[in-house]
Design a protein. Structure first.
Length: 107
């Protein structure tokens, strides 16, 4: 799925390795700490999430594997909600930056 963040398009590729009623393992192709750490931080604030973490064996030759374990809920639901919040935060930041730039750049 492609997402428009500002003027740039960003494509996120995932591979679901394992999915049960309460846990998931998802490989994120060509992602690193920046995106996954933000996602993990948001997930850990959700009381339905027991564990949210990821592992990158070697950043040059392997893709990160994200692991989530939930409390009696489909693990993809809190991931979807956290991704939406992350997207909203990015849009808000872009709007604030544009506002500040408009204030400081002489016309």
């Amino acid at each position: 799925m492609a997402h428009n963040i500002g003027e740039k398009w960003y494509r996120l590729n995932i591979k679901i390795i394992k999915l049960t009623q309460e846990e998931a393992e998802i490989e994120f192709l060509d992602e690193g700490h920046t995106f996954l750490n933000a996602l993990k931080s948001l997930l850990l604030k959700d009381p339905r999430v027991k564990v949210a973490t990821y592992d990158i064996k070697h950043p040059m030759i392997s893709n990160p594997i994200f692991y989530i374990n939930t409390e009696k809920i489909d693990p993809l639901l809190p991931m979807q909600e956290a991704a939406a919040r992350l997207s909203e935060n990015c849009v808000e930041l872009l709007e604030l930056i544009k506002l500040k730039l408009d204030e400081t750049v002489p016309r």
